[in-house]
Design a protein around this ligand. Structure first.
Ligand SMILES: NC(=O)c1ccc[n+]([C@@H]2O[C@H](COP(=O)([O-])OP(=O)(O)OC[C@H]3O[C@@H](n4cnc5c(N)ncnc54)[C@H](OP(=O)(O)O)[C@@H]3O)[C@@H](O)[C@H]2O)c1
Length: 270
């Protein structure tokens, strides 16, 4: 298994365009984040890259992830698209390169695009490789296609209303690290009564409790925020320890309320 360590709390950039992405990443780096998550489809790699460059932090202290979009999951586009991402990010390599979504049934075979993913690593364009939004069956296929031990990370939606336990267990069994995205279900879970009462008992905010819950499960997580105050609050979660009873209460909130399920999404594991 790879020795790479991902800072377990990163910052997401979905929906943040141009100046909003620049400001969010700049504030996050000032507050102490060292892990940034972007994607080709977010259209903000250029702004994220400028924020990283202007922060002037040694490259080896940063962990940057980007994701290859659906249109580029073929032999012709894959590597040129990664080259373009690196150019926009002003980086020689990313730390983690993900396939953003599995190609739909009529799209390219996994054999084709995952070989390109492995080639990107071989070419030094990324330190580690992974996938996102794959089902267990698709992960099994990916493990067959990719060089042994190279599937480093799986990024999936995980929050108290969608715990995704089966996929997480599969990843654990196969030594694949898991990043839980949309930890707040885009704000929904921050209004939950159970979470608010646990927060009150700890003298913390709902956001801290949710991030601490993700971390307690051994997940990496990447909440996003446009506000310095919220970015700082989310970082404070690293100092919050939940009890086993708190964790069990939050686990029990699972109701399968998935936020990210576009029409090209796979048939999710139940
Ligand atoms: N792989 C994939 O397919 C995929 C899909 C979706 C997302 N992602 C990644 O996961 C990241 C996180 O997901 P997300 O951004 O969609 O949703 P999220 O992190 O669950 O929620 C973001 C929302 O929470 C609010 N927020 C953040 N911190 C807060 C705090 N301390 N108190 C109160 N509100 C707070 C933000 O508002 P303010 O701006 O007002 O703080 C924003 O509206 C994305 O940015 C992206 O990088 C990946």
């Amino acid at each position: 298994m790879s020795q790479t360590i991902i800072p377990k709390l990163g910052v997401g950039t979905f929906r943040l365009e141009d100046d909003a992405a620049y400001q969010s990443v700049t504030m996050a780096l000032e507050e102490g984040y060292r892990h940034i998550d972007t994607a080709q489809i977010y259209g903000n790699e250029e702004a994220v890259g400028r924020a990283i460059k202007d922060a002037d932090i040694p490259r080896d202290e940063l962990f940057v992830t980007t994701k290859v979009w659906n249109d580029n999951l073929n032999q012709r586009n894959f590597l040129p698209s990664v080259k373009e991402s690196l150019k926009k990010l002003q980086l020689e390599y990313v730390d983690l390169l993900l396939v953003h979504w599995p190609s739909p049934p009529k799209g390219e075979s996994m054999n084709t695009y995952l070989k390109e993913l492995a080639n990107a690593k071989e070419a030094g364009m990324t330190k580690e490789i992974g996938v996102s939004n794959f089902t267990i069956a698709q992960l099994e296929e990916a493990l067959d296609v990719l060089p042994k031990g190279s599937l480093f990370n799986h990024q999936i939606e995980v929050h108290p209303y969608l715990t995704n336990e089966k996929v997480r267990a599969y990843c654990k069994k196969h030594g694949i690290t898991v990043t839980g995205y949309m930890p707040f279900a885009v704000g929904k879970v921050l209004k939950d009564k159970t979470i608010l009462s646990i927060a009150e008992a700890h003298g913390a905010s709902a956001a801290e409790v949710v991030v601490a819950w993700e971390l307690a499960h051994g997940l990496i997580t990447i909440p996003s925020s446009t506000k310095r105050k919220n970015l700082a609050t989310n970082l404070k979660s690293l100092g919050l320890t939940l009890s086993a009873a708190d964790i069990a209460q939050i686990d029990a909130l699972h109701c399968g309320d998935r936020q990210a399920t576009p029409d090209f999404a796979p048939e999710w594991d139940k």
